[in-house]
Write a protein that binds this ligand. Structure first.
Ligand code: ADP
Ligand code: ADP
Length: 227
């Protein structure tokens, strides 16, 4: 579904990403793992065109992402980032409805969907709908971020260090909850992480990056068996 072909991003004469070739398996979680600065975020943001590649291609269902309209990307790709994700002046419900609203979806249907999604991520809509992000714990806010990314029911979910800002207990909880959701929804998920334990726990597959390129790709078992 998501295929990277000779993908490249250059800043001046340095490469953030260099000749990256990778196919993310459908309906699975792939952890994009590697040390800070190896090009993970740049790669993720080239998939949804927040960053323009300097070379190579991103293919989504065989179609060149460069040819897709921004609305198609917003509809097709949910995006979760560490912390800042939520708009502080909007309620939880309005935050979750961001993308459907941008797409001009029917209000009543969106409202019903928002409640479903809050239930899904384990937040009672009656309690949380009208709260502001400032009133939420880190774990609750990150769940709202996940609900928002799922709002337009995109087949693809890109997550950039989604659990990185949470304390260990909240992180465990949100990770477990997310694995439960994924077991039902079966999205094609890419989770950026620099934490090997998190990658092994969350990933059906792990793509190990180094210096802008792919070093290894395999299941967690493949990865820990190799030296
Ligand atoms: P990671 O997500 O793995 O920590 P990034 O994708 O953020 O790595 O960055 C990869 C490399 O590209 C780093 O060396 C970083 O300094 C560089 N880089 C990222 N964004 C820019 C930018 N806007 N301008 C210049 N260099 C950048
Ligand atoms: P702003 O430009 O005002 O900061 P963003 O571009 O961050 O707004 O968009 C707000 C939200 O919309 C994001 O946090 C994300 O959930 C969603 N979004 C934005 N761009 C994309 C994209 N390319 N693909 C999927 N979702 C997106």
């Amino acid at each position: 579904m998501i295929t990277l072909e000779h993908l490249e991003k250059r800043y001046g004469d340095t490469y953030a990403v260099r000749d990256l070739n990778l196919a993310f398996p459908d309906a699975s979680i792939t952890a994009l793992l590697g040390p800070s600065g190896c090009g993970k975020t740049t790669t993720l943001r080239m998939i949804n065109r927040l960053i323009e590649p300097s070379g190579g291609k991103v293919l989504l269902d065989g179609q060149d992402a460069a040819a897709l309209r921004p609305e198609a990307l917003r509809r097709g790709i949910g995006y979760v980032i560490q912390q800042i994700g939520l708009f502080p002046h909007l309620s939880v419900a309005q935050n979750v409805a961001t993308v459907p609203d941008l797409l001009g979806r029917d209000r009543a249907r969106t409202n019903a969907r928002v409640d479903e999604l809050l239930d899904l991520v384990g937040l009672d809509p009656r309690t949380f709908r009208d709260k502001r992000p400032g009133e939420l714990s880190g774990g609750q806010a990150q769940r709202v971020g996940v609900a928002r990314a799922l709002a337009a029911d995109p087949p693809v979910l890109l997550m950039d260090e989604p659990f990185g800002a949470l304390d260990p207990i909240a992180r465990d909880e949100v990770q477990e909850r997310f694995l439960g959701i994924q077991a039902t929804l079966k999205k094609t998920v890419v989770i950026v992480s620099h934490d090997i334990d998190e990658a092994l726990r969350m990933g059906d597959y792990v793509a190990l990056m180094r210096a802008g390129s792919l070093e290894q790709f395999g299941t967690p078992d493949d990865l820990v068996r190799r030296p």
